[in-house]
Design a protein around this ligand. Structure first.
Ligand code: GLU
Length: 426
């Protein structure tokens, strides 16, 4: 088992998220001096499933959708990760997201591996009935590969508790018995956990609190810009405003954004979005573009939508002192280097947005025990885990003299490597 030095690819602004994952793996393998056998396993997904899902549309015609489920690595336990419904979904994005789930669960010390699923579709163009038939059809195709002790899906981009309820119901129907533990992010009363719906944002807040202490920032005086106003982005803005009185200076969604230097009311903006379909044209604010949001003079910037939005083209223009990545994969490796040189604290995705899967894990524990926790217990357990993970990453960044993302990789991958050795995989 000789030590392996993978060739370090020239750092470039990669667009393909899975290429980015492999590049990040390469750097981590060098830092940890990982044996080749371990390294070869962790840079590839363990299992991939591609399915075609015929769905009867409201007009009576059959439309076939393409879906994926990638189970990346299960050395630490059954695989876990969300399902995205998105028109631009690709197998490579799902691979990358499944890898990040693997590191995320390891970093948070959850007894779980990583997975991700996706269906190429535009949920905005589907009726409720079509969405339900698609959700059930997807489960019908993958149900043999998932299960409470195998692989446990959850919500992600454009999927929600209602979709999780249909999926859990379909799996239970096929299994011939109630199987609440097969999916997390379910509504309350059918096995959901208190706090799951806001958990990604709340977990991010707990990490921001620790990061603010490290950089001496007073959160009560801090201003935020939030890119993406879905479940994570809205709740982050709402909680930051509500708990700390932070000023929410700007928010955007896929159509554009709004800015008010004196601060926005996150709930009123959300209601405006519900009514009009977008945050733009909110009264008492100026419209801005998504690119403008990244360059605003704010203390904290929160990318909360999709991948690859902070690149070498805008990393030099960012004025925020902390970037809290609620989205998965928002920053390219080249942008990471620029931000590190500029002394901007980037709270990496698989740390900062790990609150969602952490409360998903709590949901699984509650399902297995048929005993449900109160809100205060969920929040306190989450706070402890997030703060502990942040400090292990900070310590690793000091030990290896690397940025927080590389540090998070070392902590997460080292645990996975140790587990592979203990299980005799290598
Ligand atoms: N989709 C969320 C994530 O990317 C949550 C996954 C889960 O709860 O399993 O972390």
């Amino acid at each position: 088992m000789g030590s392996h030095e993978p060739a370090q690819p020239a750092l470039q602004d990669l667009e393909n998220s899975f290429d980015i994952v492999q590049q990040q793996c390469d750097s981590c393998a060098l830092l940890l001096e990982l044996p080749e056998s371990i390294y070869e396993i962790i840079r590839n997904p363990m299992r991939e499933l591609q399915v075609s899902i015929p769905v009867k549309m409201d007009n009576g015609k059959i439309k076939v959708f393409k879906g994926f489920r990638v189970q990346y690595n299960d050395v630490l336990g059954p695989t876990k990760g969300g399902i995205r419904f998105h028109p631009d979904e690709t197998i490579d994005t799902i691979r990358a997201l499944a890898a990040w789930m693997t590191w995320k669960c390891s970093l948070l010390e959850l007894p779980l591996g990583g997975a991700k699923g996706g269906v190429i579709c535009n949920p905005r163009e589907l009726s409720q009935g079509e969405l339900e038939r698609l959700s059930r059809g997807y489960v019908e195709r993958i149900w043999n590969f998932i299960g409470p002790d195998r692989d446990i899906p959850a919500p992600d981009v454009y999927t929600n508790p209602q979709i999780m309820a249909w999926m859990m119901d379909e799996y239970s129907r096929l299994a011939g018995k109630n199987q609440f533990g097969v999916i997390t992010g379910k509504p309350l009363y059918i096995g959901g956990s208190i706090g799951r719906n806001t958990a990604t944002a709340r977990g991010g807040i707990y990490v921001i609190v620790e990061a603010a202490k490290t950089s001496g920032m007073d959160l009560q005086k801090a201003s935020l810009a939030v890119q993406g106003y879905g479940n994570a982005g809205f709740h982050l803005a709402y909680l930051a405003h509500d708990i700390f009185g932070c000023k929410i200076a700007a928010v955007t969604d896929q159509r554009g954004g709004i800015y008010n230097k004196n601060g926005l009311d996150p709930t009123a903006v959300f209601e405006h979005k519900q009514k009009t379909g977008s945050v733009i044209d909110y009264p008492a604010a100026d419209n801005i573009t998504n690119s403008e949001l990244f360059c605003l003079d704010v203390d904290i910037l929160c990318p909360s939508a999709l991948e690859n939005v902070i690149t070498k083209n805008n990393a030099g223009l960012i004025k925020a002192k902390i970037i809290a990545e609620l989205a998965n994969g928002p920053t390219t490796p080249e942008a990471d280097e620029i931000l590190f040189d500029r002394n901007i604290q980037v709270l990496p995705d698989f740390l900062c947005n790990a609150g969602g899967v952490t409360v998903s894990y709590f949901e699984m524990v509650q399902n297995f025990n048929m005993l449900y926790w109160e809100e205060a217990e969920v929040f306190e357990r989450l706070r402890k885990k997030m703060a502990y993970a942040y400090h292990s990453v900070l310590n690793a960044s000091e030990k290896y003299h690397v940025n927080l993302r590389q540090a998070a990789y070392t902590v997460a991958v080292q645990r996975i490597a140790d587990a592979m050795i203990m299980r005799g995989w290598v």
